[in-house]
Design a protein around this ligand. Structure first.
Ligand SMILES: NC(=O)c1ccc[n+]([C@@H]2O[C@H](COP(=O)([O-])OP(=O)(O)OC[C@H]3O[C@@H](n4cnc5c(N)ncnc54)[C@H](O)[C@@H]3O)[C@@H](O)[C@H]2O)c1
Length: 352
């Protein structure tokens, strides 16, 4: 059996979820790992029995014969690490967001094309079974013409700190971190319309509030309380299929409870995907609510990563068309750039 030789660049939190998924695949051999934090890289190698460990991905790419890499670094390293890998002839699965902005993301896609290698973006929620159920129903025309979606991921106190809240390394706050998933899901469900115009606002009035006691606060691996990103962002996006999206995300906000929602409305039916999958329509002059039955294990975090990573390996080994290509990461970055630009200028931004 041909095995894909894989390396992991960036050995923090999410890389463990990638590794758990790779470990389930017989057609994968993890040959190397790399992190600028040498202690973390060595511990990672020891834990997973990885033979070669590096602190410089360029050195790793020079020495190792690789078929693919997972890029699991801070956001500002996504583009340089992916471009270096693609230029070394290696296929890339890059975590979301694809890059810090659309220009960088486009350069990544161009580099993949030039080298005839795969650039896949980690839009992991596309691999959930709830997404599949709803997407199939939409494709079969059950929702009719989709005209409106609203979505958000709202946290009361949930700024992870460290690189996440340092704009030079993250590119922004909850919009680029959480909003990227929500906006991508809506685009994916709608059949990937392109954004034509965007209005957005961001606010940084509440602050990260790491002082709050009495609750569990998630803090990133290399925590510091430096913060120069937004607390909250809201966007209003018009697509070329005529549909409108309203998206809001926060890391810190004076609300009662954290919540996640995704609602999508069509001429024949509406649906929620979060907090749970439900479809609302009418039949024989009666309103009907329908709830597809899904085992929690088929929509959980690790399940989605297992599917995403199995798909990446399948694309590499068998040339299967990628369902989450880099091009989609570019379209998403255009929307994020436009929300940030509109927030800065106070005006509507046209998306090219
Ligand atoms: N798909 C998802 O649902 C999901 C969830 C969490 C995180 N992520 C994404 O994964 C990425 C990593 O997030 P995390 O939570 O694991 O962060 P983390 O801070 O836990 O890990 C990031 C690691 O990257 C390393 N790193 C930084 N620069 C590097 C370089 N030049 N070369 C090698 N290693 C380098 C850091 O030392 C750190 O160990 C982010 O882009 C984040 O947006 C995605």
């Amino acid at each position: 059996m041909k095995k894909a030789k894989i390396a992991i660049i960036g050995n923090g939190s999410i890389s463990h979820v990638h590794m758990a998924a790779y470990k389930k695949l017989e057609n994968v051999e993890i040959v190397a790992n790399c992190d600028i934090n040498e202690k973390r890289a060595k511990e990672y190698a020891e834990r997973y029995g990885i033979p070669h460990t590096y602190t410089d991905y360029n050195e790793m790419l020079k020495r190792e014969e690789l078929d693919g890499v997972s890029v699991c670094t801070w956001n500002n390293v996504h583009a340089p690490a992916s471009i270096a890998a693609l230029n070394a002839g290696v296929n890339v699965l890059c975590e979301k967001p694809l890059a810090m902005n659309a220009e960088q993301a486009q350069e990544m896609v161009d580099t993949a094309k030039k080298n005839k290698k795969l650039l896949m973006v980690g839009f992991v929620r596309r691999f959930g079974m709830n997404t599949k159920v709803l997407k199939d129903r939409i494709e079969q025309g059950e929702l009719g013409q989709i005209y409106y979606a609203k979505t958000g991921c709202i946290r009361r106190v949930g700024n992870p700190g460290g690189w996440f809240s340092d704009k030079k390394r993250s590119g922004g706050g909850p919009l680029i971190d959480l909003g990227v998933h929500m906006i991508d899901l809506v685009r994916y469900l709608m059949g990937k319309p392109k954004a034509v115009s965007v209005m957005g606002s961001t606010y940084s009035l509440v602050g990260p509030r790491s002082n709050i006691k009495g609750i569990y606060q998630y803090k990133s691996a290399d925590y510091s309380d430096y913060n120069d990103v937004e607390d909250f962002a809201v966007g209003f996006v018009k697509f070329d299929n005529g549909a409108t999206l309203v998206v809001e995300n926060s890391w810190t906000q004076h609300i009662k409870k954290d919540y996640l929602y995704l609602e999508i409305y069509g001429s024949k039916a509406g649906a929620t995907m979060e907090p749970e999958l439900e479809i609302f329509s009418e039949k024989n002059d009666f309103l009907t609510d329908e709830k597809p039955v899904l085992e929690p294990a088929f929509v959980d975090f690790q399940h989605n990563f297992d599917k995403e990573i199995a798909h990446f390996v399948d694309c590499i080994l068998n040339g299967t068309p990628c369902i989450s290509p880099g091009e989609d990461g570019v379209e998403l970055m255009k929307i994020l750039d436009a929300i940030y630009k509109s927030a800065e200028t106070g005006h509507e931004v046209m998306v090219g």
